[in-house]
Design a protein around this ligand. Structure first.
Ligand SMILES: *[C@@H]1O[C@H](CO)[C@@H](O)[C@H](O)[C@H]1NC(C)=O
Ligand SMILES: *[C@@H]1O[C@H](CO)[C@@H](O)[C@H](O)[C@H]1NC(C)=O
Ligand SMILES: *[C@@H]1O[C@H](CO)[C@@H](O)[C@H](O)[C@H]1NC(C)=O
Length: 173
């Protein structure tokens, strides 16, 4: 008897949670964002110097505040700023082995996502052609966000300037 009651209770719980899952899934939205980040020296100052000689090395902390535009041209529509910090996390003194841990807020101040933010973070081997960072969350239209993002360096030059392309896949409510 008791076994049957427990079985029925478990069955009811399964039905309820499946329904809740279906409901949650149906409310979830998907947004794809494509943007360009213009890193223009010296918008990324080194604020903490780690023990290595490597200027991007272990323990070095760099502040980030870069414009994000809709198009590849820096004078194309400004949609917000990428703001946060990176910290060198690889003890390898070789410059080419630089790996950063970074936390960035993509703060939208124009375009269709104006007023909302997305937070991306993760491990960034800076010399890899394509980096993947997780989408940790967001605010406004991107409340409860999760997802993933890809970042590619399109070009850079000796002045320290670089152009980075972002592909962001966001699931949110
Ligand atoms: C640094 O890393 C690069 C790429 O992996 C390699 O070609 C180079 O030989 C390394 N340099 C040293 C001093 O280890
Ligand atoms: C973005 O939203 C803010 C606050 O609502 C508003 O003041 C501002 O004009 C908007 N900017 C653009 C470019 O739409
Ligand atoms: C390279 O430097 C020049 C001169 O400062 C600048 O006009 C150009 O936009 C830079 N390229 C990139 C990719 O930042």
């Amino acid at each position: 008897m008791a076994t049957i009651k427990i079985f029925l209770l478990l069955l009811a719980l399964m039905v309820i949670s499946a329904a809740a899952f279906e409901r949650t899934k149906s409310l979830e939205k998907y947004t794809y964002i494509h943007l360009y980040v213009h890193i223009i020296n010296p918008t990324q100052p080194l604020v903490v110097r780690g023990p290595n000689k490597n200027p991007l090395g272990f323990g070095n902390m760099v502040m980030v505040d870069n414009p994000m535009t809709e198009g590849i041209d820096p004078s194309s529509k400004l949609i917000g700023r990428e703001q946060g910090y990176t910290i060198g996390i690889s003890r390898d003194p070789n410059f080419s082995s630089t790996i950063n841990f970074l936390t960035l807020n993509l703060a939208f101040t124009g375009g269709e996502h104006n007023g909302s933010t997305i937070t991306v973070m993760g491990r960034d081997p800076v010399f890899n052609a394509k980096r993947e960072l997780m989408v940790m969350g967001g605010t406004g239209a991107f409340r409860m966000a999760r997802g993933y993002s890809f970042w590619t360096i399109d070009s850079f030059n000796t002045t320290g300037n670089s152009l980075v392309e972002g592909d962001i896949h966001v699931y949110h409510y």
